[in-house]
Structures are given as C-alpha cells and as structure tokens.
Design a protein around this ligand. Structure first.
Ligand SMILES: C[S@@+](CC[C@H](N)C(=O)[O-])C[C@H]1O[C@@H](n2cnc3c(N)ncnc32)[C@H](O)[C@@H]1O
Length: 356
C-alpha cells in the first residue's frame, strides 16, 4: 500500500470527492424530474426549449432551464441550439414502465436527518434499523428498485426455467407465499399470472402491507391476500407449493431460522424461488460489480442495518448472501436441490431454484 503523498494524484482524488458529492446532488435533481412530470413531458415532446417544457409541466421557466442544463451536463439529456431531448436509452430507462430497466423510482427523496442520526447511533450500539423504520420513501424505493425487473423476468424467464413449475401453477390450486413481499409487486404478478393459485404476501412492515392490499384491490385480484408478519409466521401459511423470497435473506437478522422455516413449510415437490444480490463473497471479488460503492452504501443504510436490527443479528448485508454461502446454508437445512439461474440482462440479482 502507498504511504507517500503524491501531489500529481491529488487532482484525481479531489475529482473523485466531487463525483461522490455530485451523485448525491444530481440524484435529488432526478427525483424532481419524476416528481414534477419533467421526464414524461420530455418523452412526449419533440426536442424542446426550456420555455416549452416549463409550459407543458405548468412550471417556472427559469427553474426548468437550470434543471435542464444540469441534466444536459449528464449523459441522459441531449442539447442542440437551445433544444433538449432525452437520449433514446434514457427515454426507455426513465419513462417506459414496461421495460426491465425502468428505474426513476430509485431516485427517491434524499435520506432524512433521522435516518442519518439513527445510523450514526447504530455504529455505536451495533443495532440497526428495520426497513419499516426508514419510513414511506424506503417502501417506495425498494419496490421501485425491483418492480420492473420482476415484472419482466420473474414468470417468463425465471419460473419458466424451473422444470414443470409454470404448468403446475397454471393447472392446479397451488399455494404460493411471498415472504418479505414489500409492497407486493411480485405477489400481484404471481396472482395475475396464475389465477387458479392462491397467493399470500407476508411482510413485517405495516406500511408495505397496506400499500400491497390497496394495489391488489385496485388491480381487482381476488386470489391474493397480504398479512403483516415475518418468516417466523410462515408455519401458519404452509404447506406451500411455491415459496418466494426476493432480496430478503441478506436483510434478516436470523437467516438460518428463515431457511429452516422454508424447509418445514415447502411441499415435498415444491419450489423455493430465492433472489439475492450478485455478490461474489469478498471485497476483492466484489470489485467486478460496477457500482460497488453504491452497494456498500445501501448495505450500511438499509440491508446490513436491517440484518442487525436485532441484537446478535447475523448482519450479512447487501452483498452477504452470495451463492456459496446460500448453498451451504440451504443444504445444511436439508434441501438437496440447488440451482443458480443467471438472467443476463438483470444486473442485480441471481435467482435460485431450491428444492427438498
Ligand atoms: C429489500 S426488501 C425486498 C422487498 C420485495 N421482496 C422486493 O423484492 O421488492 C426486503 C423486505 O424484507 C422485509 N423483511 C425484513 N425482515 C423480515 C423478516 N424477518 N421476515 C420477512 N420479511 C422481512 C422488509 O420489510 C422488506 O420489505
């Protein structure tokens, strides 16, 4: 490791520091773009001036112009002679809600003062925050991060690759349970894809369950119900033909108890579909991940914090449930079948088919 100060490297360090701060500030501009309808208006117009965009959104031109200049300084918005347009790719990722890459919801409102204070306290006490404790925005953000990918990949790609699963779920009165369902995107998707099945979504967050129930009612689904609870409650809902656990295991203070509950409640020929982050097992191997600092930041504030929200929690965190660890844990709990499915387009998750 280097120890000598190198003045030639200092400008790069300063640039890196500003890039980090820039991420925070531009994220907030992105959030305003969603909140004020600016992305949709850009999508729906020909290349436009700041005056035209301001009129389309009912906003003040001077504010819209400064926002546009900031956005045109990124790779997302093109500028030519006073007119602005989204790049074709940004148009998809920011405005096409049917596309797997749709992600404007990731840019939620910035974290609150309470969350920063509470996290600083957790560094001292060791005890972190549950997802629910973060408040409303976290509930929206975690859904927004995964909804488009789940809608695009879960049934047609992932479940379709589980031998015989979709045929059985379509044919019979199967029981599907999604534990850690958040606001219920995947549960609703499964209920509408498999109308003969009954689907239960379970999550400890009252806010998430309330949102899941409202969305499910709005979609007119009569085969999906949502219950406030945790993995500890799974015994009340078994036996389960398809158990679903999406981006949850690494957040749990006691993942080994959850895996044991899954084993107790899966039917002998059932499937456990687990999605978890494409972690590699250690810091140096994780460097292959293009947005690694973001992943560790998510872990400190959300995932590891949740996994340490009980004293003595396992604390795996965002990148902590990597394939070898998950396989060892599930085989140790009596599962005999473990297959990892890689959906190449999905930058975030591996999908696991786990059976007794
Ligand atoms: C990252 S979110 C994933 C939500 C959803 N599955 C998705 O993919 O959008 C993790 C979820 O796990 C839930 N959770 C935390 N502790 C849990 C527990 N002990 N049992 C079940 N779910 C839990 C949180 O409330 C949160 O909704």
């Amino acid at each position: 490791m280097r120890t000598e100060f190198d003045p030639d490297r200092l400008p790069l360090t300063i640039l890196e520091l500003f890039r980090i701060k820039q991420g925070e500030m531009v994220s907030a501009l992105m959030h305003l773009g969603t909140r004020l309808g600016l992305w949709e208006a850009l999508r729906d117009s020909e290349p436009c001036t700041s005056t035209q965009l301001a009129e389309a959104c009912g906003l003040q031109e001077r504010w819209v112009r400064e926002w546009l200049h900031g956005m045109a300084a990124t790779e997302l918005v093109q500028h030519d002679d006073g007119r602005f347009a989204l790049t074709p790719e940004a148009r998809v990722a920011l405005t096409d809600s049917d596309h797997w890459s749709f992600m404007p919801g990731v840019f939620g409102p910035p974290m609150t003062h309470y969350e920063i204070e509470r996290t600083a306290e957790a560094f001292r006490t060791g005890v972190g925050m549950t997802w629910a404790e973060h408040g409303e925005h976290a509930c929206h953000m975690q859904c927004a991060m995964s909804a488009a990918r789940q809608e695009s990949f879960l049934v047609p790609t992932v479940l379709a690759s589980f031998d015989g699963a979709t045929d059985r779920l379509r044919a019979g009165r199967a029981r599907i349970v999604d534990v850690g369902c958040g606001a219920g995107v995947a549960a609703r998707l499964l209920a509408s894809s498999f109308p003969q099945a009954t689907v239960v979504g379970i999550d400890p967050s009252e806010r998430a369950i309330t949102a899941a129930r409202a969305e499910s009612a709005a979609a007119g689904l009569d085969n999906a119900t949502f219950e406030q609870g945790t993995f500890d409650d799974l015994d009340r809902f078994g036996p389960v033909d398809l158990l679903v656990t999406l981006d949850v295991l690494h957040d749990l203070p006691r993942p080994q108890d959850a895996i044991a509950a899954a084993g107790r409640n899966l039917t002998a020929d059932g499937w456990w579909l687990v999605a978890d982050i494409k972690g590699r097992g250690d810091l140096e191997s994780n460097r292959k991940i293009p947005v690694l600092p973001y992943m560790y930041a998510m872990s400190v504030f959300y995932c590891m914090s949740s996994a340490l929200s009980e004293p003595g929690g396992e604390g795996l965190g965002t990148l902590g449930m990597y394939p070898a660890r998950l396989e060892e844990m599930v085989r140790g709990a009596g599962f005999t079948h473990f297959t990892r499915h890689d959906v190449e387009l999905d930058p975030t998750n591996w999908y696991y088919e786990i059976r007794l």
